[in-house]
Design a protein around this ligand. Structure first.
Ligand code: EPZ
Length: 439
């Protein structure tokens, strides 16, 4: 994939222009990753539409093809997947180091073949990311789970339904258990399950493949195992985090943007905070309009929580917005222990933010100033772009856009269509330009 080169790409932008117009939201990355893994749980063909064309999805496709699944691209967002030819039950470190979500193949393959092996994921930029709850779930279903030589291996003669209580709300563990339990014998109950829209989306896909899952979207999910799953056609839900990111970009630039192809219900926490911050929101059946033109931004308090709480994946974007509000705000991160790394970069753009353990105390400034900053991860990277678009003075360069491209489809194109002055370029050029300036 030539990741070395790609990592050097950067966004360059001149801010201060309000965003105007409308933007079309793509399919949800985090739903699509789990859905692609679940699609190989049958030997029939599964057609999945509204799959976002982003890097993480391409890595997942690579992982699936590597174990023998056949994937055909019907169009830019439509895939035909067939898990009949799967021969390998071991997912290489190559994939897991690029996307942790390849651990969904553990639940999918364990359910279908009673055996799976996936390289053990490490920590990442936002926290230590344990997987003890996934393991607890597989063991409760009767699998033997071993960790050694950098791998997690799970296997069993039979998977048997069980009552599983998750000590902490975990999206990943809920989905992994959901997949394996769909093909277990008997009834499984997951208590304290995650309620995120993508958990519901995976359950809906599995049900359309013949599974018997009830209660997805509440904190108790009941699954009655079935013998086999069959083919289906399915369309991934819109990406609530991509939608929220554009809503915050509209607010931070004092613009007026119609965010289209969304499920407004999934955006309630984001909408509530934008209203508190002084924006006007107009909701339609499948679109949300954010109006911030001529409005003063107000400070507020936010704590990230599992759905329907305010999403941790919107936390950096929220902080960037509140950095421009008139007064003092606080943002508390309760999901990941290390998700304020980007604040140092934001300070270089003039933000006045202090981080004390998991709380950011934000004193609003009238504007940011352009600077060269680096994206530490996917969502923080998108947030730094919002800061650059809001900066009234100077050029902003966001390095390492590789992270942003993991989860945002055509991010710069979509922003340009809203009137942003942003371009994607190779950092080599900037480096040469800077060298010339110095000499
Ligand atoms: C998903 O990660 C998302 N990733 C993350 O989005 C998102 O931040 C997160 O959910 C929370 O919403 C994908 O869907 C691919 P969790 P996941 O298991 O499933 C603890 C992005 O930017 N925990 O819900 O890995 C964990 O430490 C990414 O798109 C355990 O203790 O998150 C955390 O504190 C970044 N043991 C909390 O639960 C476990 O076994 C929530 O994690 C598992 C998790």
């Amino acid at each position: 994939m030539g990741t070395g080169m790609k990592k050097m790409d950067q966004y360059r932008m001149r801010g201060g222009r309000p965003l105007y117009g409308s933007v079309e939201i793509s399919g949800a990355k985090n739903a699509a990753l789990a859905i692609l893994a679940a699609a190989v749980m049958t030997d029939d063909v599964v057609v999945v539409d509204n799959v976002p064309d982003v890097r993480d999805v391409r890595v997942m496709i690579g992982a699936l093809e590597d174990i023998g699944a056949r994937i055909r691209k019907l169009d830019k967002h439509k895939l035909e997947i067939c898990g009949a030819g799967i021969t390998g039950l071991s997912v290489d470190y190559e994939y897991i180091k690029k996307i942790r979500a390849s651990y969904y193949l553990l639940g999918a393959l364990l359910g279908k073949y009673r055996k799976a092996e996936v390289a053990l994921p490490g920590g990442c930029a936002i926290g230590s990311r344990p997987i003890d709850l996934h393991i607890k779930g597989f063991k409760a279903l009767g699998a033997e789970v071993d960790i050694g030589y950098g791998l997690i291996s799970a296997s069993c003669e039979h998977l048997l339904g069980n009552h599983i209580y998750l000590d902490k709300v975990s999206v990943g563990a809920t989905i992994n258990i959901l997949m394996a339990a769909s093909l277990a014998k008997g009834k499984t109950i997951i208590e304290n399950a995650a309620k995120e829209p993508h958990v519901v989306d995976v359950a809906n896909l599995l049900n359309s493949m013949g599974a018997n899952i009830r209660g997805a979207g509440t904190d108790v999910i009941r699954i009655v195992g079935v013998e086999r799953l069959h083919g289906t056609e399915y369309s991934v839900i819109p990406d609530q985090i991509e939608a929220g990111t554009f809503m915050f970009a509209a607010a931070a630039t004092h613009g007026d943007v119609l965010v289209k192809n969304v499920i407004p219900k999934h955006l309630e926490a984001t909408t509530a905070k934008l209203l508190e911050a002084g924006c006007e929101i107009v909701e339609y059946d499948d679109a949300v309009r954010v109006v911030a033109k001529g409005r003063q931004l107000h400070p507020t308090q936010v704590t990230t929580l599992p759905y329907p709480g305010f999403p941790t994946d919107m936390q950096p974007q929220m902080t960037v917005l509140l950095g421009l509000a008139q007064g003092t705000s606080t943002v508390t991160e309760s999901i990941w222990e290390n998700r304020f790394k980007y604040v140092d970069e934001l300070r270089r753009m003039g933000a006045d933010i202090k981080v004390e353990s998991n709380i950011a105390i934000i004193c609003g400034v009238p504007t940011y100033t352009g600077a060269r900053v680096s994206a530490p991860d996917l969502r923080a990277g998108a947030a730094l772009v919002i800061a650059g678009l809001a900066a009234k003075d100077g050029e902003t360069i966001v390095d390492d856009v590789y992270y942003i491209q993991r989860g945002y489809e055509e991010f710069d194109e979509k922003l340009r269509r809203l009137g942003a002055e942003i371009e994607l370029c190779s950092s080599e050029r900037t480096n040469k330009r800077l060298m010339k300036k110095v000499s």
